[in-house]
Design a protein around this ligand. Structure first.
Ligand SMILES: [Cu+2]
Length: 122
């Protein structure tokens, strides 16, 4: 009869251990999901090309560069005077793209989002 008590004691310890371990596993899983979510967030960065009209010298390029860079959510701006284009890297929010176009227009230049390459016919 003492044996049975001992058994239930062991069972109790096992249950406690199991609960402790599974609780810990849930914590790790949550941690993994968080890392995944963070990665998805980083991966949402997008690059778009804008056509920019009205740039004639490097001062114009600077103005467009500054105007676009100052928009919240913009990561990187690369303005080409030769190609009349600005390549922008932003957080993936379409509003940011609209704000960039507006900022460049406010700076006195024409700007519009170009269709993604690949959509062009050769
Ligand atoms: Cu100029």
């Amino acid at each position: 009869m003492k044996n049975k008590n001992l058994m239930s004691l062991y069972t109790g310890i096992f249950v406690l251990l199991f609960l402790g371990i599974s609780g810990n596993m849930q914590g790790q899983q949550a941690q993994k999901q968080h890392e995944k979510a963070t990665q998805t967030h980083k991966a949402s960065i997008k690059v778009s090309t804008l056509s920019v009209n009205g740039m004639y010298c490097s001062a114009c390029v600077d103005k467009v560069q500054k105007a676009a860079t100052n928009v919240k959510g913009v990561k990187k701006v690369d303005v080409s005077l030769k190609e009349n284009q600005a390549e922008v890297e932003y957080n993936g929010d379409e509003m940011v793209l609209k704000n960039i176009v507006k900022a460049i227009q406010d700076a006195g230049y024409g700007a519009k989002v170009m269709p993604k390459s690949g959509a062009e016919s050769s």
